[in-house]
Design a protein around this ligand. Structure first.
Ligand SMILES: [Zn+2]
Length: 525
């Protein structure tokens, strides 16, 4: 397989004399031309004695000048070559858009399959229970973590993954929240709101792909079947609980096996069982471990099915999750009615989200007094929770620019839960998410394999700081490293970058604006 051929040689990372020499040769003009100017310098040095008698001859001035120019030009070319190595023409980079590749029996267009495993916490992959996902990541690459948007909840994050937007831009600011403009409440589990396109702002990747004439297939990805502009995925299977993973695999492979004219190039799939296990039994539970194993086998089966069709150089598979999970089996409870007093607590008209809580008080309530009570309690809590307004919300959350975001947000730290004396911890799940996206427990997964990861590895090798010359001439290789066993591990990155990754893989230029960094993937292509 190309991926392995390109990357499996461990030798490539050991800075031996040979490789350094090869790299010097790799500089081609670099190494050779540097000799030229240095000859000139030698020449100049030897003439120096003459010049003591005769001053600077015209020839010497010319020599020096041409030497300097050669040196500068060589340096510039060497730098250009190193920053844009010849590997940038890797055949996989040219395979997108109208390009067609055969798997031996059938023609395929470049295809992307993105699979979300709800609630797969980044460090679940370190439990020794996911040999297949790790094997896939070893053939491809993974990130230390995929950082969810705030709030670290399912619907805001699945829509961020689809649109590349923070919650303030895509409008899904919680799993449940009040919209003061429409005077309606969004509820993720009510068809009346979850399927109403008016709630869902931004352009999901399947809409952009559709505009580019690409066939898409959506298997239960959280979100609406239709956007405000009327766009739909070509194939759509609506959400249904307890669908066995084998059935999902069958559906995905059925799509892959469709005739060329009907076959989707962008497939999205969603699996909730691990999140459900995390909520009901907690992230450290046997149930989570068991479900993790099942999800891992699903990843292997999917991988095997694609390999059996010789599609490893055609289909990029991107496994992601939306957020992590933290143990809330024995949380410390923070009583909101204690803080606000009965009257203050009762004057809360809308309570958005959980465990972080957006508060909207009734029109006749003393809002500034309530805010002061909350802020005083937060200050005295020793960091157990914080209270924010749009003015004080941490910038890194990008969580102010929407009328749907409640004016006051109470955000507990991991280990703490907001409740009231009457509610207590009744019905509280053993695992939760929705906390600060900075907390490692909230971090999600990114594992990718396919033609994309093959290119990344080649570029990494080309740009890796293996020789002294390269270390001086190239930009520092930020954003990834390879481990001892050749697994490529990217530094944590935000999930709003995923939209543009998929667009680049599909070769779509006419993309929607996102909150991702424009050049984020440049260094990987
Ligand atoms: Zn989720």
């Amino acid at each position: 397989m190309t991926t392995l051929k390109l990357t499996s040689s461990k030798k490539a990372y050991e800075p031996t004399v040979e490789t350094d020499q090869e790299e010097r040769k790799g500089l081609l003009s670099g190494a050779d031309d540097v000799e030229g100017p240095s000859d000139h310098w030698k020449a100049e040095l030897s003439v120096q004695t003459d010049s003591q008698q005769r001053g600077w001859s015209q020839r010497k001035i010319l020599c020096t000048a041409s030497g300097l120019i050669a040196l500068i030009v060589t340096g510039v070319f060497a730098r250009i070559l190193l920053l844009n190595p010849p590997h940038a023409e890797h055949p996989n980079l040219l395979f997108h858009g109208e390009g067609v590749r055969s798997n031996g029996t059938h023609d395929f267009r470049r295809t992307v399959l993105i699979v979300s495993i709800d609630g797969l916490r980044a460090d679940y992959l370190d439990r020794g229970l996911t040999p297949h996902l790790l094997d896939i990541s070893k053939q491809g690459l993974r990130a230390k973590a995929l950082v969810p948007i705030f709030p670290t909840l399912t619907f805001p994050n699945h829509w961020a993954l689809m649109t590349g937007l923070y919650a303030e831009s895509h409008g899904i600011v919680g799993n449940n929240f009040w919209d003061p403009v429409s005077q309606e409440e969004f509820h993720y589990n009510r068809i009346s709101s979850a399927w109403n396109p008016a709630w869902w702002r931004g352009e999901p990747m399947w809409e952009t792909a559709g505009k580019a004439g690409i066939i898409t297939a959506n298997l239960m990805w959280p979100g609406p079947p239709r956007t405000m502009s009327g766009a739909t995925a070509t194939h759509f299977v609506p959400w249904k609980d307890k669908v066995p993973l084998e059935d999902k695999l069958d559906q995905l492979i059925q799509w892959v096996d469709l005739p060329f004219e009907e076959r989707p190039q962008l497939l999205m799939a969603y699996e909730p069982s691990l999140d459900q296990a995390g909520h009901s039994a907690g992230p450290m539970s046997a149930l989570v471990n068991k479900t993790l194993t099942q999800v891992d086998v699903f990843a292997k089966d999917l991988h095997t099915a694609l390999q059996a069709r010789n599609l490893s150089d055609i289909v990029d598979v991107v496994f992601v999750s939306d957020h992590g999970m933290t143990d809330t089996s024995h949380p410390e409870l923070i009583y909101m009615d204690d803080i606000l007093g009965d009257a203050g607590y009762k004057s809360i008209e809308h309570e958005d989200g959980w465990p972080a809580m957006g508060l909207r008080f009734a029109a006749n309530a003393n809002v500034s007094h309530n805010l002061e009570l909350l802020q005083t309690a937060a200050a005295a809590s020793n960091g157990k929770f914080a209270v924010y307004t749009h003015e004080t919300m941490p910038d890194r959350w990008h969580f102010t620019g929407s009328e749907r975001i409640a004016p006051i947000y109470v955000v507990p730290e991991i280990g703490y839960v907001l409740t009231s004396k009457t509610e207590g911890d009744v019905g509280m799940s053993k695992g939760s998410h929705g906390y600060d996206n900075k907390a490692p427990q909230m971090h999600a997964m990114f594992v990718a394999h396919g033609p994309f990861s093959a290119v990344v590895k080649v570029l990494h090798q080309a740009r890796g700081g293996r020789s002294l010359v390269r270390r001086f001439l190239t930009r520092p290789n930020k954003g990834w490293h390879s481990t001892a066993d050749d697994t490529y591990v990217m530094d944590p990155f935000e999930n709003v970058q995923i939209y543009s990754l998929v667009m680049r893989l599909l070769g779509i230029d006419a993309v929607a604006p996102t909150n991702g960094t424009a050049a984020f993937w440049d260094k990987y292509f």
